[in-house]
Every structure is written in C-alpha cells, then in structure tokens.
Design a protein around this ligand. Structure first.
Ligand SMILES: Cc1cc2nc3c(=O)[nH]c(=O)nc-3n(C[C@H](O)[C@H](O)[C@H](O)COP(=O)(O)OP(=O)(O)OC[C@H]3O[C@@H](n4cnc5c(N)ncnc54)[C@H](O)[C@@H]3O)c2cc1C
Length: 382
C-alpha cells in the first residue's frame, strides 16, 4: 500500500492549485453575485489540460488518471464551486461518455472541439421534470428512427452547461416497452433545429454555473450520433455517474478545505474576552474536527479513484466517497460559519457562499439517499 502521490501527481496538484488561485478564487464572489459564468478562466483552463481530463491525447485531451482528476476537482472546488461544477459537468458528464462509448467518428468530430477552451463545452441531460433518481422508469424523452435520422421529442431539467455547450448528450427512450435496455444516449448539437434552452434557473448556490431546462421538439440528428449501442443508455449512465460521484466528492473536499482555511485565519484574528478566539478550546475542537473529516474524505476519494485506475469495480466506493465527502462538507462549512459568528452570515465573507454551493453536492449525480441504497444493496448482498 502506498499513500504517496507520484511526482507527476504532485506537480499536477501544484499546477491546478496555482490556476485556481489565480483564475478562480479572485472572481468566485463576483460570479456568484452576478450569476455570470467565468468564461475567461475556463478558456485559460484549456491549455492547462482541464477541459480534456477524460479525453485521450489523440483527440486533444490530457486524459489524466482518476487520482489526478480528483486532485484537480479538489483544487477547482477550493477555487470556486460554480466553475468547478462546470468543469466536472463538462469532463465527467459531457465528454467521458463519448470518449468511452462513442464511435470513432463522434470522437474525432466532437472531442477535439471541446478540449481546447476555444469553443463551448459539453453537457449531459439525464434528468427530466418527472425523473431524477428514477431514470430507468421515469425518462419520457423519446427518440424514434426516421430514415437515417433520430427524431427526438421531450423535456430535460437541470442541465448544467446547456447554454455554454456545443452539444447535449441526451438520455432518451428508444424502446417504448421500457426495461433496462430501453434507453440510449444521443448527441444533440445545441444549434439543432427544435432544441430550446430555457433561461438559467435561479439557484440557491453555484450561481456562476448555468443550469437550464431544455425542450426537444422534433429535433433531428444523424443516426451516427447515437453514443454506444442502442439500448445501453442506462448502463452507460450508471458508469458515468460512478466516476462523476468521485468528482463531486472531490469538489466538496475543496469547498470544505477553503472554508476551513477561512475559519482558521478568522479565528486567529478575531478577539473576544481579551484573547484570540483560536485560543478557546471550543474553537480548536471545531478545527480539529474539520481537519479529521477533510483528511478522511480525501483519503477515501483517492481509494475510490485508485480502484477505478486499477480497472477494478468501484461503484460502492464511489458512492461512499460521494456520500461522506458531500455530507462532510456541509458539516465543515456549517462550523466555519459558526466560527465567523455574525460575519459568517454576511455575503462579505466567502463561507456564506461556500455553504450555499455545498448544498447541491448531496443532491446532484445521485442523492445521499440513492448512494445509501447503492451501498446497502452491496453490503446486504454480502
Ligand atoms: C444545480 C444542479 C445541477 C444539475 N445538473 C445536472 C446535469 O447536468 N444533468 C442532469 O441530468 N441532471 C442534473 N441535475 C439533476 C440532479 O442530478 C437531480 O436533481 C438528482 O438526481 C435528484 O433527482 P430529482 O431532483 O428528480 O429528485 P427525486 O429523484 O425526485 O428525489 C426527491 C427526493 O426523494 C428521494 N428519493 C428518490 N428515490 C428514492 C428511493 N428509492 N429511496 C429513498 N429516497 C428516494 C431523493 O433522495 C430525494 O431526497 C442537476 C441538479 C441541480 C440542482
């Protein structure tokens, strides 16, 4: 067993940290306040390799290992939750399904386009107004064959990046009879006729990450835009979400770490009863708990990532990593606000935004309840 990052991974951590410190952190509050996407930073992320984390080098990507992906997500989450979410929605959801399951033609046409930062990003639409956790039973968006095209009709909900994407990978029902082989993934360019991307949702947090409802009215795409074999959409989705869960966990670790750092510097400066509040044991214990929880979450995220890198099963470990890290981030940021006292409740202080940003993490890419289901099923099956 080796808990040491490789030299390459340490260098990568520094590169992404420096990028996050320079490009994300300084604008994190502004993008939240103005509900603006930080395009400038994301464009600069292209040459760093942050837009091609899951894209093989032959298609212009950096194709990093899963531990390096987790390292990057933690640093991005530390820098800005909103922009980190856009990065993970692009890499893990918007490009990985093409890189893993797509045809050579799709890879050549779309992956180099979205890896550079010169163009728009990728996105994935699974969720619908009536279906989130229950994708297998609930997805109503239909695709039917017509000659050499698919014709798509339906509605999607909560699509991260839709308005800043070149395409939306869309989970559709291709077999109306239902069952585990009735869903498929189809790439839909965002300029397709009949596709409407609705105005950005007004959200509690992650306000610098655009999220949209999308409707499809007789949208036509070529037959070759099917990703993977017809009827494999559910299995492809579950595999995509396994990896995505590790990334959401890693972003949560980054958010928690940022909040802990803010709490420590505040605690050292703030005086009460003629002493620094960092001298009170009650504050010291909160900080100890934060450190324990962040260390444990990160270590487990690395374990799940390592299993993925070894090509071994990791669904349960990804669910544990996400469940623990996302709920941990809420606890840590809650305490970080507590340490800030009244100022922690003010928009002037970063911890307030971090708290709102972290709230999504126990919901997206599998709620805490669904992750507990994934874990308990495997535990009970022995
Ligand atoms: C900011 C944001 C960004 C998002 N980005 C994307 C995106 O890019 N692409 C995309 O496809 N989706 C995206 N989503 C959607 C997200 O993945 C879903 O919201 C999530 O999967 C939950 O689905 P739901 O909202 O329909 O809740 P539901 O599935 O309706 O669940 C409601 C509640 O019931 C619980 N529940 C449901 N089933 C069970 C069960 N069997 N046992 C116990 N409890 C259960 C849930 O845990 C939850 O507490 C995003 C959501 C948000 C808020």
């Amino acid at each position: 067993m080796d808990f040491e990052l490789s030299e390459e991974q340490k260098t990568w951590k520094k590169i992404v940290h420096d990028y996050a410190e320079k490009e994300l952190r300084p604008k994190a509050r502004e993008v939240d306040e103005k509900e603006e996407f930080n395009w400038e930073a994301v464009r600069k992320g292209g040459p760093v390799g942050l837009l091609g984390l899951n894209i093989p080098e032959e298609y212009g990507g950096s194709n990093v290992d899963s531990i390096s992906n987790s390292i990057a997500m933690e640093e991005l989450g530390w820098g800005c939750g909103s922009t980190a979410l856009a990065f993970t929605a692009h890499n893990g959801l918007g490009t990985a399904p093409i890189a893993i399951f797509g045809s050579e033609e799709l890879k050549k046409k779309w992956l180099p386009l979205v890896a550079t930062g010169m163009n728009k990003l990728g996105s994935l639409a699974l969720t619908e107004p009536g279906a989130g956790s229950d994708i297998q039973g609930g997805v109503l968006t239909r695709a039917v064959r017509d000659g050499d095209e698919w014709v798509i009709n339906g509605s999607k909900m909560w699509n991260t990046n839709a308005s800043i994407a070149e395409y939306i990978i869309t989970l559709v029902r291709t077999d109306p009879k239902g069952g585990s082989k009735s869903l498929s993934m189809i790439l839909v360019p965002t300029d397709a006729k009949g596709l409407t991307i609705h105005p950005a949702e007004k959200k509690m947090g992650l306000r610098g990450s655009p999220t949209h409802a999308v409707t499809y009215e007789d949208v036509r795409v070529p037959m070759g835009y099917l990703i993977g074999p017809e009827g494999r959409g559910l299995q492809q989705t579950l595999a995509t979400l396994d990896a995505g869960r590790i990334s959401i966990g890693a972003i949560s670790v980054g958010l928690a770490r940022g909040a802990m750092e803010a709490a420590i510097s505040y605690a050292k400066e703030r005086k009460a009863f003629n002493q620094s509040i960092a001298d009170f044991q009650a504050i010291q214990f909160k900080i100890a708990n934060m450190d324990v929880e962040i260390e444990l979450a990160r270590t487990y995220i690395y374990k799940a990532s390592w299993l993925k890198d070894q090509g071994r099963p990791y669904s349960k470990e990804a669910a544990i990593a996400k469940l623990y890290a996302t709920e941990m981030a809420e606890r840590v940021i809650y305490d970080a606000i507590q340490i800030h006292g009244g100022f922690g409740y003010s928009r002037e202080y970063h911890v307030e935004r971090m708290y709102r940003d972290a709230r999504l993490m126990t919901i997206g890419e599998g709620t805490s309840e669904i992750n507990r289901l994934v874990i308990s099923r495997q535990v009970l099956a022995g």
